[in-house]
Every structure is written in C-alpha cells, then in structure tokens.
Design a protein around this ligand. Sequence first.
Ligand code: GLU
Length: 278
Amino acid sequence: MVTRFAPSPTGELHLGHAYAAKAAHDLAKEKGGLFLLRHEDIDSSRVREEYYGLIETDLKWLELNWDGTPLRQTDRLDAYADALKKLGDLGLTYPCFCTRKDIQQELRRMHAAPHSHEAQVYPGTCRALNPEQAAQRIADGEPHAWRLDSSKAARLHGTLHFNDLEHGETKVDETVNGDVVLARKDIDVAYHLAVVVDDDFQGVTHVTRGEDLFSATHVQRQLQAVLAYREPVYLHHELVKDENGRRLAKRDHARSIRSLREKGLSPQEVIAMTGYVS
Ligand code: GLU
C-alpha cells in the first residue's frame, strides 16, 4: 500500500491538512505500507519558498514521517509534457484561447444559471475551432491553454468506475468536470494532469484526500484510463470545519499547525482537535 499527502506550499498547514496527512499516514502504516509527501508547487505565483520547510517541520512534529524524498511537482515538468503529448497523440486535447471573460460571456449567452454546476463547466467554445486555424493562432504566438476533450475521452475508454473505501463505487461521468484545462496558459500543466501523472509515477495505490475533491475524481479516473495508468483506490474523507461549520482556509492563521505548536499544544492534542478517529 502506498499513500500520499500532497499539500501546496502556498501557506501554513492547518488542522484540515493535519487530518488529511494523518489519514494517509495511518492507512499506509496499518498495512506496513509507504506514506509519501508531494509538494504540489506548480502555481509559482502562489508558492513561497519558506512553506516547503514549514510543511516538513509540521509533519515531523506531528509524528507523520514520510518515506523517501519528498517530490516537487516543479521537478516533473517533462513528465507532464510527455503525458500531454500522449493525450494529444490520442486526439484528446485541443488548444483553448478563451479568457475567463470569454467563458463567462459564453455561459451567459447559453443562459446557464449563474453558480449552477453547469455554469462552472467550460462551454466547449474552442473545441469547435478549425484545427488549421488553431495551429496558425498558436504559430502567431497567441496565448492558449490545452483542454481535454472529455466526451471523446469517454468514447475511447467506455464505462468506468472509481472505488472509494467510504462511498463505494461511483460511475465516472465525464460531464461533471467537462473539458478541464490540462495545461494552463501561464504554466504548461494544470492540477488534474499533474496529480494523475504523479500518483502513477509514485506508485500511489490509495488516494486519500478531502471530500471537496470527490468530483475531481471523475476526470482524474478518465485521465488514468486513457493514459493506461493503474487505478488507485480512493478515500475521500470529511473536511475539518470551524465552529461556524465553514471549512478551514490557509488564511485562518489561528488554526495553523505552527501557531498551535507555538502555543504549547502537543501533537496528540492537535490531532484530537481535527476530530480524527483512528
Ligand atoms: N494539492 C491538493 C490540495 O492541497 C491536493 C491534491 C490531491 O489530493 O489530489 O488540496
């Protein structure tokens, strides 16, 4: 069994991260498996150097020691480019020149209800572009992202499911995420692609993470299938909430692991505050 904790070094770890790391650590260690650490640092505009070290200090203090050397996604850009090329060779990607504003306008034009689930999904504008014209726009240096053609991918992989230890089996629905961005305009990769490539590379057998990412699993399972990667088991756990029932955020410094440590709490007290039960 191999599990991982995959924080972004964009802020201090809080109780929600402690819960996630503890869940991944304990699941692996109960089975004599490996618990890995991956710094999800592709978003260089938000990453701060000091957070890599702070994350590692917090984890060690919590007695959640990881196996091997932590992976940094910024060291893996070639692997993401290879995977993107493979998806392109399968005919599953297309360039997207839309700005955020273009997407919002198109969604309004389509009368999508604001804030509804459909309103978040890309309306597919650039999927219909003539490939020669799109290639010319790229050659002219126009900024573009790369998107997954999710319905074409679904036709290729057929019916798929993913298995969650708590939620059971779920049928993959390619319309949940739609044509997600695989490579952003500013960096040549995006979250879903990096996660899937790295989970496979690191041999992760059990993906544990918060239930806010449950819906992301639909598209990540699609990517695993078309890239011929192994299928991990999932465990989407509940999120740690504050006293008002809101999920914790990185800006909520009062609950950062560092501040609790500096207040003199013990690691066991901090884990207890997360509500984690083994
Ligand atoms: N980096 C993501 C986060 O901090 C987790 C990614 C994942 O578990 O797939 O929420």
